[in-house]
Design a protein around this ligand. Sequence first.
Ligand code: IFG
Length: 521
Amino acid sequence: MSIRRLLALLPFFLLTLLPAGPPATAAAVVAFGTVVPVPVTSTVTTGVTYGITASTAVYADPGAEGIAERLAALLRRSTGYPVPVSAAPGVGGVSLLLSGAPATVGAEGYQLDVTAASIVIRATGLAGLSNGIQTLHQLLPVAVDAATVQPGPWPVPGGHIVDYPRFGYRGAMLDVARHFFPVSAVERYIDQLVLYKINYLHLHLSDDQGWRIAINSWPNLATYGGSTAVGGGAGGYYTQADYQRIVSYAAARFVTVVPEIDMPGHTNAALASYAPLNCDGVAPPLYTGTDVGFSSLCTSKELTYSFIDQVVGELAALTPGPYLHIGGDEAASTAPADYAAFINRAQQIVAAHGKTVVGWHDVTKATPLPSTLAQYWGTTTRDAAVQTAAQNGTKLIMSPANRAYLDMKYNSRTPLGQSWAGYIDVKTAYGWDPGAYLTGVPASAVLGVEAPLWTETITTSADIDYMAFPRLPAIAELGWSPYSTHNWTAFKQRLGAQGPRWHVMGVNYYHSAQISWPGGS
Ligand code: IFG
């Protein structure tokens, strides 16, 4: 063969030396250890996978059909397989069983077993099965989250997990008052929360800039008080049917909605809607700025308390969950004695409508009812009033603004968000123990954690994604996993492994430089 001919063949020879990429049809098997929140115990069965195939069925114990259908729908959309759902017991496939789980899993935990022959999730209740499905979801190839049929195959890594939460309250708050978000955006956020076993969605429904829930006995609250937003935009509000859609969507996914009507401060939208609510009988203009602390309900008027009674009454009737949040924060325009008397009376009104009160921790300056939850949003690790309340039996939800506030910028270059509580990158969001954060407040006084997202600067679902991911999974892990598993080096590996799935899901997440994101994510 001539030299010329040999040289012509050289490039083709070199190509054979390149590493062969994965075969087009191979789907990367998710590493067992990438689940977030990290499970209490998990052991991988090396070399074993279960393959989801065209003959895979889902078998559900009575009552678990809805959970099975949601898993089946996810699989059908991206595998193209029929994935029938039928009554357990079944042979092979995926079984969702309400028996056989160890008692340690409690109401929300589960046992997951993946072998070559089957996938079995066992729990004592439906919430546990739902949480087991989230873990299974994270063990499926990321292509399973595609909106169209993918080639597969669909291997699930073999192993055994027994898992249950550290805290019962693992929440996220969405401020729909500063900027309004339609039902579809809230449902999208719920889908993201569920994947990380968040089980409470706190909706901040009213503030100075907007009233977002229709109240039939006070119609101007939504039609006028909900007509604008920060920046002067169009605003919006939920009809009571809209709110019930959100509540039902959440409940089907074992997420409980906690509605908040902030009072006595953060009430300009209500005061602008009804002149008689104002002490001087004059309604202020609608407000589209971002100041806080300038508004107050008129605590000396009886009308105020019948207003609260009717608002709370209608909202409580629409809310199956146990909690109703009365806000109570930043009441700088309410005299301290008036504030305390107001909060004490507002708590009685909420209790009379059968709900347990939640308030920002400012309510500890009044007299919390024994059942009232205080949501800590301070930036210090010591608060005397909160410590006293905790010692008197008040339970806390931990949302320190310099750890859990998702509207805080990651760093000085973050285009969205605020920085009054400091910058919060992923390591800061992860680097604390909700059970040992406040001086003099034992873990037994902590009901759980919540990550608030205030929306002064947030206007779209893409903005929500950017601020919530990757920090929300960090808060979710603090709420779910044992503190004994708390380890930044391990966590950031698990978190990085979530990136490819968020990419497929279309989550507009911030690629924090603290995390190594796998190629292509
Ligand atoms: N504090 C206010 C919020 C919001 C927030 C933005 C609380 C409890 C600052 N109150 O946080 O209304 O403006 O980071």
